[in-house]
Design a binder for this molecule. Sequence first.
Ligand code: HAM
Length: 428
Amino acid sequence: MAKQNYQSPRGTKDILPAEQPYWQKVRKTAEKTLEGLGFGRIDLPHIENVEIYTRGIGEATDIVQKEIYLIESKTEDESTKLCLRPEGTAGVVRAYIQNGMASLPQPVRLYYIGAMFRRERPQKGRFREFYQASVEIFGDESAKSDYLTIMSAWEILSRLGLKNLIVYVNSIGCPKCRPKFILKLKKFYKDKVDKLCADCQRRYEDNPLRLLDCKEEYCQTTAHAAPVMLDSLCSECKTHFQQTLEYLDYFSIKYDLDPTLVRGLDYYTQTVFEIVQKNDKGRQSTLVGGGRYNGLVELLGGPKTPAVGFSMGMERVISLMKEQNLTPWIERGVEVCILQLGEKAKEVSKKIYDAISKNDINVFFVPSDEGLRQQMKSASKLGAKFAVIIGQQEAVKDEIILRDLEGSSQEVFPAKDIAEALKTRLEK
Ligand code: HAM
């Protein structure tokens, strides 16, 4: 058979060991920040009933129309159509309802980290499998939770050391005030439809709000002259938005109002926001997107429940960390290698290994028949700082040689003292 040259599928990538420190840092910073802010972790299936997305995200959205990976089933008895999750919010809502979380004390604050799948055209910062760190808060309609959502994303990015960021924020109203705005919008666009791009001509019919965030030049200029949702908000939505902004001001989170920000998913109500690097004018690499979705729990069959959340694109955050020269997590790796010569030393080495590893020291030991020079080379390759050397003579005398692999000096210790000696040297 001809030799195959298998490649990872288009739009996916391997995350190799050299990349892991960045992932580790983003993951750990998100976990620590969110747990510290009272969020509980939830892990969800990567496959779900496709209906939660067609209903939840909306039939007329790009995700539902073009990007969902349906899973082909070989058996007839599967009544539900499954797909790979294109995002997490609808799945969390499904889990909130299914697990009776509405009867827990509210608000319920959840976070999750994991892969999402969208059949997008791959390009810089846009993948078909990508990772998000996200939060969702259920059961609080006050602006406090909008603030907490934005603040927790901001906090993760700040703790990572990212600079030059800005929050763009807008309110897209509620089912009471939005229909009136959409009428206004359609009136404004009525005599301009022919000049819009093909997507916008479709949006004019299916999803007029999205006329506002088209990236085509003519559509964008037109959108900037269009009526503004903030002028059409009902008094409830207006107050809610004002309060959200007051919180952001109070906590000095930098934001700009963006009346063309509507987001690409239909479930949003009131606050919508994105966090972007300031000089990313075209928003090619939005780091965080989110907003309030007060109707989604009910839409998917649960009780009326206000909710708000965000998702952070981890690949984009890592790419910006690299651009801004931010150092990743330093993993301790192998700290000590045990090198042994001869049978008697092999026996003793196992005991020494146990004594060292009990002290939270990363120690590597696999009995070897190689010579000392070869073993020493392997230890250096592993990045160990110290070698614990046990030869026949040391094994008999209950001693070990401790060699500093970086400084090349060595000392002799009674075997029983080795863990303490290493602890001092590794500053534990
Ligand atoms: P989204 O705007 O579709 O929102 O995605 C949020 C973030 O995920 C984006 O800002 C971006 O950083 C990252 N992202 C999205 N698509 C890709 C891709 N193809 N490749 C790389 N990164 C990508 C949501 O997913 C909502 N669930 C957010 C949310 C949570 N709203 C309320 N709660």
